[in-house]
Ligand binder design. Structure first.
Ligand code: ZN
Ligand code: ZN
Length: 420
């Protein structure tokens, strides 16, 4: 049976060429977190042309477009707009050569290495389909474009900057991410889908001395090494083996010369979990071990610990999942699959959580199905399909674009369609 989504998506063919052009343009012009001025300008212009009521400057580079179309539910869909400080190595004809200035004032290469350019393009195409087929649906559609997902604070910045006052309260919120699965496949799951993450900067204060006189100082490198070893025992020896947790020390910096014992050392940690209880357990264990090791080393000054780039748990509503995954199955057949829990993280859920509404966040693929399935069978998936954030991350623009628009449009119409 043909659904409303099928009827609306019949017009997708005509939208593909201009949106591929838009995608390549966005890909060539990536912008770092909270600097998405050009991107949000392009999005705002397009939404206005399509008849959306647009509010810009929320968060500060975020924006929303609202299309009110009579009685019915209010549905919010979100795309993120920012890129990463990565030197692109895809070799694509539309590869980025852009540079930007990061938050610390350093000049860095910039690349859409996480596919947010694809998210923006797909949501704009879905917004156009809804605007051109107002006869097929009823209700209110909110297209939300957020800044700074990569630093974990963009969604919250829109909330803090008055998002709730700028839009009608939605009944449901939707979001999607392109990832390393086949480009004909859409995957979602109820409950925890993406991990919660915390980053933590630890500064250790030892006492500097001459390398020949270690007894006259407190060596922060030895102290830091003991901490790194001990932190790696949290997951293996403190966490229930049935629970998921990751504790990674991603950076350890200290010292400058072979015969100087430095005064300080700095570690940067990343913690991941699928529930708040485990998250608190990991944080408490890290803090306890750092303090205790400093005491064991006889540090005169206590360590400093500073959390940054927090990402919330993405925990999908079972009801929203049921409704939308049924629409995905109608649209994609057996290519609508159950998503495996991802250890990646997203700040999308900060928006529905602040608005008090249920949500669904799903993923779709950007890579050649045959290459994917062959690599999967050979056990070489991790080496064959570049992960998000890799300098070679390059979704096959088409049909990835088409799949993303079909997924978003069918999910929206699961709520908004007349008479399905
Ligand atoms: Zn990312
Ligand atoms: Zn991303």
């Amino acid at each position: 049976m043909a659904t409303t989504a099928d009827a609306v998506l019949k017009e997708l063919d005509a939208l593909v060429p201009p949106h591929l052009e838009l995608y390549e343009d966005l890909h060539r012009h990536p912008e770092l977190s909270f600097q998405e001025e050009r991107t949000s300008g392009i999005v705002a212009d397009r939404l206005r042309e399509l008849g959306y009521e647009v509010t810009t400057g929320i968060g500060p580079t975020g924006l929303v477009g609202v299309l009110a179309n009579g009685e019915g539910p209010t549905v919010l869909a979100r795309a993120d707009m920012d890129a990463l400080p990565v030197q692109e190595a895809t070799g694509l004809p539309y590869a980025s050569t852009a540079t930007g200035t990061d938050a610390s004032g350093e000049e860095v290469p910039v690349m859409h290495a996480c596919g947010h350019d694809m998210h923006v393009t797909c949501l704009l195409a879905a917004a156009q389909l809804l605007a051109e087929h107002t006869d097929a649906w009823s209700g209110t559609f909110i297209a939300l474009f957020q800044p700074a997902e990569e630093v974990g604070t963009g969604a919250q910045s829109m909330v803090d900057d008055g998002l709730a006052q700028a839009i009608p309260t939605p009944d449901v919120a939707l979001g999607q991410h392109v990832m390393g699965i086949p480009h004909d496949t859409v995957a979602s799951r109820p409950g925890p889908a993406l991990s919660a993450a915390d980053s933590l900067r630890v500064t250790l204060y030892g006492r500097g001395t001459h390398g020949s006189m270690p007894h006259a100082g407190t060596d922060p490198i030895l102290l830091g090494s003991a901490i790194v070893l001990r932190l790696n025992a949290i997951v293996s020896r403190e966490l229930d083996p049935n629970e998921f947790g990751v504790v990674t020390v991603g950076s350890f910096r200290s010292g400058s010369k072979s015969n100087v014992i430095p005064g300080t050392a700095q570690l940067q940690l990343n913690l991941r979990s699928y529930d708040e209880r485990t998250r608190l357990q990991l944080r408490a264990a890290v803090e306890r071990i750092v303090r205790a090791e400093c005491e064991a080393s006889g540090c005169e000054r206590p360590p400093e610990m500073e959390y940054f780039d927090p990402f919330p748990l993405t925990e999908n509503s079972p009801e929203v999942h049921e409704k939308v995954s049924a629409a995905f199955t109608e649209q994609f057949g057996d290519k609508a699959i159950e998503m495996t829990r991802s250890t990646g993280s997203e700040d999308f859920s900060d928006i529905p959580r602040a608005l008090g509404v249920p949500y669904l966040f799903w993923i779709w693929g950007g890579f050649d199905p045959q290459t994917y399935h062959e690599a999967q069978a050979a056990g070489t998936l991790a080496r064959t399909i570049p992960g998000n954030h890799a300098d070679t991350f390059a979704p096959v623009a088409e049909p990835t674009l088409r799949t993303g628009v079909r997924a978003m449009t069918s999910a929206l119409l699961a709520y908004l369609a007349k008479g399905d």
